[in-house]
Design a protein around this ligand. Sequence first.
Ligand SMILES: [Fe+2]
Ligand SMILES: [Fe+2]
Length: 181
Amino acid sequence: MSDTATIATTTMTRAVADAPQETGALIDHILTRYHETHRRELPELVQLARRVEAVHADHAAVPRGLSDLLHQILGEIEVHMKKEELILFPAMRRGVNGLAVPITQMRHDHDDQDAQLHAAEQLTDGFKPPQDACGSWRALYERTAKFADDFAAHLHLENDVLFPRFEQTAAPQGETKGPLP
Ligand SMILES: [Fe+2]
Ligand SMILES: [Fe+2]
């Protein structure tokens, strides 16, 4: 296993160990530990990336396009998190059956988000700043790597812990409660 894969596995194991088991408490944890943290951190990362790209525009290792990519991630995960917060998670709290279709949609979103994170990793040489990087550049990579780590843990908790609890029982015809996406 590569070093990166080992670190990722450790992060995932810790994320699951830190999360409560009960579904309502797990959802609360996802909202406070991940959704709120992404909303607080991502706009700051976009600003920081803009500054670094502008100041070091002539540097060979400048992560050109990182601020646009982070801005795109910010917009897309906001829409995604809103769908979870307003529709999917409330349905889960009510114990609604037949959530396989909206969960499949969320899993597609997660795949897109995962691809965007990989693009960020590539733009930044695996979040490794060049030798002569200034403090802002180093801070940008350190904080973006922390966001990527958090985000991977967030996806893991939803994909592998929360969602499977609602995918096993298909709803008999006409039993689905309420409108779902
Ligand atoms: Fe989420
Ligand atoms: Fe999600």
